[in-house]
Design a protein around this ligand. Structure first.
Ligand code: NOJ
Length: 734
């Protein structure tokens, strides 16, 4: 552990400890700024891909202070050498900050963020981020471009895989956990890395779910939903943000002074720095917002994007813009100050120790253990007809079939830059380990998820026939989710459904395990399988985790954090929608009323609601009681409920608290998640759990940024998911 110099707790930035006091840091920055040339300042505001092989030209540029930051690439040795040149041979010795996409683990690849969120386990998510920080920092990475905090309500958007689900509150809680994990207790500890909240803001609302597409988000919705996780990250002390690619209400997010200056700086008092996304500054030209790269630079700096990723409009144009009087040089100074402040906080000026020993070749045991637990907790049991699961370990023979049973790469998911394929334990490998080679028969059926060649079907059917139970590993490969990987059809790609039809001819109990980066519409398969387990892209220990759950060593406890549609035609679909003036009904006399907000050809309800997930046991919720039926603004409400494990085995449950305000100055969602608790209940055990809600938790944003709760009538649910639960009512008065 580092010897911490005089620690300093800064309340407004969320209890981060810095090596020097803020006042000392500002003085050091003053001194540097006074000596910096405009080129050196603009160099600090520039980030490029790491110059592969560190050629002479790059060395010369670093010596001149041309680059304040590099991203993604470079060996630890090259990074150390570039840093040596920057700190020892450049005029002012300003260190480089190295950024990289360490999104769901570095060497130890954890489940994709969407999978992590399904664990509803902030502490485990924090610990995973801590491992990622330890590994990444040991190869000289100072800064990760994570967490991604985009709310997505449309699974066609491939980047939903990188999100923490559709709910702003849950995403905020997990965002804070990740920030604490990456940044540790002290940003300047050698095993801490700076986090970056991205993509600021609105990126997840891409029209039609098409990546990079336009977003239109009214201010109340922007503040109440899309900004919430970013605000939670701010409160957790996040060091940086990344401005997004998207056009937001006619102003690209990377040139948007309203979100970047007014909200981020003036309202939230953020004092770290903002980096643009890749070329997002010059992409304001095709957006139709900047006339040319000079204009783009002017708009980017003007809006408050401190560092430009990859494109070079700032470096090329800002001096001329200042000379002509178009750009206020104080804006450049402010951006440089923000960047240097983070470099100081990270301890980069104090010769932050370069890794002595490079990362070991294989992931460490403690990280693998967390990866296994997190993967297990992220698995969501969606169907379990006649208790088809768990399987008995005494099963004679299992057939493992499908394109995702043994694909290391796909299992790692969308961002696995530092991941080591050979360390990945697939379901096939784990099953062989658990049962012994002889009891596992295997047929891939299709070469990958998109394959539509039936050549392997016959072998798959024979394999199924020879076994007592069939485990089908289906879904989508990693490349079908993540950036620039939107899909218009969410069915299982390739000939997977046909493969299933073929295998079902064997007439064996069949379990479908879905590996995917998003909610898929795999429902034909779900109907025909005896059980369905949703596994996301579960990372390096996905195989053992799936095995743990299949054989009941761990009871499934993951809960969906996105609404699963019946079909793409229902998109966008999300649980915290408004009621409309003509709400549809599922049953009762109103169900046949044509003039309600529904479809003629399909139910309006989702296939699986937000918050949903089965267990190997059953839970009963009862006796919801409130400390008072009426409370005043500013007061607190205590809610208690009894949760009983009414089944035969111990298990975790995720108890969810939702509220609804029935009338307000702006219409309110039919439900909003306000709190949750993951609890462990032994078979037969009953626990009383308690939530405390303050009226501040009921506050919502109005256009203009005012956040306040309003008096009125409320409903509240203690619930196992967003579509059921035990309801109680209360009133808030002035
Ligand atoms: C573009 C992606 O949108 C962003 O999430 C990522 O951090 C950067 N590229 C850097 O790789």
């Amino acid at each position: 552990m580092p010897i911490r110099k005089l620690g300093f707790v800064l309340a407004v930035t969320g209890a981060l400890m810095f090596a020097a006091t803020p006042v000392e840091i500002e003085k050091k920055i003053d001194a540097l700024l006074a000596r910096m040339t405009i080129e050196e300042k603009l160099g600090q505001m520039s980030q490029a891909s790491f110059p592969s092989g560190l050629p002479q030209r790059a060395r010369d540029e670093i010596r001149k202070g041309r680059w304040g930051s590099f991203l993604n690439g470079g060996t630890p040795q090259e990074k150390a050498e570039a840093q040596r040149i920057a700190t020892k041979e450049s005029r002012l010795g300003i260190p480089i900050i190295y950024g990289q996409d360490v999104i769901h683990g570095y060497q130890t690849v954890f489940p994709i963020p969407l999978g992590q969120s399904a664990s509803w386990d902030p502490e485990l998510v924090r610990r995973a981020a801590r491992i990622a920080a330890r590994e990444a920092s040991s190869v000289g990475i100072h800064w990760t471009f994570a967490p991604m905090l985009d709310i997505a309500r449309d699974p066609r958007w491939g980047r939903i895989a990188e999100s923490l689900g559709e709910d702003p509150y849950l995403a905020g809680v997990l965002a804070a956990a990740m920030v604490h994990g990456f940044q540790g207790e002290s940003l300047d500890a050698p095993d801490s890395i700076a986090a970056c909240g991205k993509h600021y803001v609105g990126y997840g609302a891409a029209e039609g779910g098409r990546d990079y597409n336009t977003t239109w988000i009214p201010e109340a919705l922007l503040r109440d939903v899309y900004l919430r996780p970013f605000e939670a990250a701010r409160k957790a002390g996040i060091a940086t943000y990344m401005s997004a690619f998207n056009d937001l209400n006619g102003v690209p997010a990377s040139g948007n002074a309203f979100t970047l200056r007014q909200i981020l700086r003036d309202e939230w008092k953020f004092d770290g720095f903002v980096v643009s996304d890749w070329n997002a500054i010059t992409e304001m030209i095709p957006h139709g917002y900047a006339a040319d790269i000079k204009d783009a630079a002017w708009k980017g700096i003007g809006a408050g994007v401190d560092m430009e990723m990859v494109s070079t409009s700032y470096y090329q144009n800002a001096k001329a813009l200042i000379d002509s009087g178009a750009l206020d040089p104080r804006l450049v100074d402010q951006s440089v100050r923000n960047i240097l402040r983070v470099k100081f906080r990270l301890g980069l000026f104090d010769q932050r120790i370069q890794p002595e020993n490079i990362l070991p070749a294989q992931p460490a045991a403690d990280g693998l253990e967390i990866a296994r637990q997190l993967a297990a907790e992220s698995l969501v049991l969606l169907k379990n007809q006649d208790n088809a699961l768990p399987l008995a370990k005494s099963v004679r023979k299992v057939a493992v079939i499908g394109p995702l049973a043994n694909s290391q790469t796909d299992q790692m998911g969308t961002w696995a830059m530092g991941g080591n394929r050979s360390a990945v334990k697939t379901p096939l490998a784990a099953l062989r380990e658990t049962l012994g080679e002889g009891r596992v028969v295997w047929a891939q059926g299709l070469r990958n998820s998109r394959d539509d060649n039936p050549a392997g079907f016959q072998a798959a059917l024979e394999t199924a026939r020879s076994a007592d139970v069939v485990l089908l590993f289906l879904g989508e490969e990693a490349a079908l989710s993540g950036e620039a990987s939107s899909r218009a059809v969410l069915d299982l790609p390739g000939a997977q459904e046909e493969l299933v039809s073929e295998v079902l001819k064997a007439g064996k109990p069949t379990i479908a395990i879905l590996l995917a980066g998003r909610p898929l519409t795999f429902h034909n398969v779900a109907e025909r399988a005896n059980a369905v387990l949703y596994a996301w892209h579960p990372g390096v220990m996905g195989g053992p985790a799936i095995c743990d759950v299949l054989f009941g060593d761990t009871a499934p406890s993951g809960r969906l954090t996105t609404t699963f549609p019946r079909t793409v035609g229902q998109l966008p679909i999300y649980y915290d929608h408004m009621n409309t003036g003509r709400p549809p009904a599922e049953s009762g006399p109103e169900a046949t009323n044509k003039n309600t907000s529904k479809y003629l050809d399909l139910s309006f309800t989702p296939k699986y609601p937000f918050g949903f997930g089965l267990s190997y046991t059953t839970f009963e919720y009862s006796n919801v009681r409130l400390s008072t039926p009426t409370l005043r603004l500013g007061e607190k409400l205590t809610i208690r409920a009894d949760i009983a494990n009414t089944g035969k085995r111990d298990a975790d449950d995720v108890v969810q608290l939702y509220t609804r305000q029935l009338a307000a100055s702006l219409t309110r969602p039919v439900r909003e998640l306000k709190s949750f608790r993951r609890i462990h209940l032994r078979a037969g055990e009953k626990q009383t759990i308690e939530f405390v809600l303050s009226t501040d938790d009921l506050a919502f944003y109005k256009p203009g940024g005012q956040l306040s709760a309003e008096p009125g009538s409320f409903q509240l649910w203690i619930a196992p998911d967003s579509a059921s639960g035990q309801m109680a009512e209360f009133r808030v008065v002035r």
